[in-house]
Design a protein around this ligand. Structure first.
Ligand SMILES: *Cc1c(COP(=O)(O)O)cnc(C)c1O
Length: 367
């Protein structure tokens, strides 16, 4: 008798709960027989990709029979220039997700500890789980990273700390000074990953100087992405900025062609498109204000957001409410998986999409 497949797999895999992504629009429409639905579920850019990125993609298409530049030379150079660091401080990833996993694989061993917030991006928990590391999940305080408690949770066994700023799914950002003090206080042999997927959405008074820690050689890895404000989620491209020795170490374990040629070309062009970034910021700020005001007018409480989505307490079970909204063609994410049983996470859309969302909420809540 052969052993069950489950027994052949790594024991750490057995406890792994697969990531559940927001449903693709096409699937929802097929299932429910509806059309013209709006997806406000994955924090994507509702304006679409930058026209410059699309043009670069078209130019790059003819060369897809070639392997990509494994070092991502042009994009790394462009990013280095953009952030005023040297290009050996930049690593590209197949989405920043890949870099989270790569860092976990490079640093975490069974018995060592990973510290992160309990209601932060679920991937940190998954990375700790598959590597067999001990998970130290620190509860949020008032929907925000409790940096003091996280600092206190660091032990001699701690190898890796994850901080999402702004956090997903709450949208909250920590005060810049608090994050900087935290980074300064973490022992120098503990790697801190600051996941800044929504960095470009931060209001000016909430932008921390995280690069300073990288420049001074602290064991800090900043993760940023082209999936959110740059509107390239489907291409899978993100990057990390860290001290050169850390980047060299991560590069040793990286797949040689982890980012594809189309993604590299599009991202290089998108980085230059300041106008696209600026208009995205503008419509996001306005949309956030609109959604928050409308929700409050419906008597719902919202968590103040520094990102491109809003966590809303609908005061009744979130999953059933999200299902009801689906029937109105509005796709949002219930957050019960994070322990927010009555909350929905709503991505900011275009003005008409936001209006659709509020109209559907009114209908579903009977208001
Ligand atoms: C969306 C998101 C990412 C980005 O993932 P990609 O792999 O770059 O698409 C990373 N971290 C957080 C917290 C996110 O919400």
């Amino acid at each position: 008798m052969t052993r069950p497949l489950e027994d052949l797999a790594s024991p750490y895999l057995r406890g792994l709960i697969p990531y559940s992504p927001g449903k693709p629009i096409q699937e929802v429409e097929r299932e429910l027989g509806i059309r013209d639905s709006v997806k406000l579920a994955s924090n994507e850019n509702p304006l679409g990709p930058s026209p410059l990125a699309l043009a670069a993609l078209r130019d790059a298409l003819a060369d897809i029979h070639r392997y990509p530049d494994g070092s991502g030379y042009r994009l790394s150079q462009a990013l280095a220039k953009h952030w005023d660091v040297s290009s050996d401080m930049v690593i590209l990833g197949n989405g920043s997700n890949e870099l989270l996993e790569l860092a976990g694989r490079c640093f975490l061993m069974p018995g060592e500890e990973a510290v992160y917030a309990k209601q932060a991006f679920i991937v940190y928990d998954m990375v700790a789980q598959v590597t067999g590391a001990t998970k130290v999940a620190v509860p949020l305080k008032n929907f925000t990273h409790d940096l003091e408690a996280m600092r206190a949770a660091i032990s001699p066994r701690t190898k890796l700390v994850f901080v999402a700023n702004p956090n997903n799914p709450t949208g909250t950002a920590v005060p810049p000074r608090a994050l900087e003090d935290f980074l300064a206080a973490v022992p120098p042999d503990v790697l801190v990953i600051v996941d800044e997927a929504y960095y470009e959405y931060l209001p000016p008074d909430l932008v921390p100087d995280t690069l300073r820690f990288v420049r001074t050689g602290r064991l800090v890895l900043l993760l940023r992405t082209f999936s959110k404000i740059y509107g390239l989620a489907g291409l899978r491209i993100g990057y990390g900025i860290g001290p050169a020795p850390l980047i060299a170490l991560l590069n040793r374990a990286r797949q040689p062609f982890n980012t594809n040629s189309l993604a590299q070309a599009a991202a290089t062009a998108a980085l230059r498109d300041e106008q696209h970034v600026a208009s995205t910021r503008r419509i996001t700020e306005a949309g956030l204000r609109y959604l928050a005001e409308q929700c409050r007018a419906l008597g719902l409480s919202v968590v103040p957001s520094a990102a491109n989505f809003l966590l809303v307490d609908v005061g009744r079970p979130g999953p059933a409410t999200a299902d009801a909204l689906l029937r109105h063609g509005v796709i949002v994410r219930p957050m019960a998986g994070y322990g927010f049983l009555t909350h929905l996470r709503i991505s900011i859309g275009t003005p008409p999409e936001n209006e659709r969302c509020i109209a559907a909420l009114k209908a579903v809540l009977g208001k």
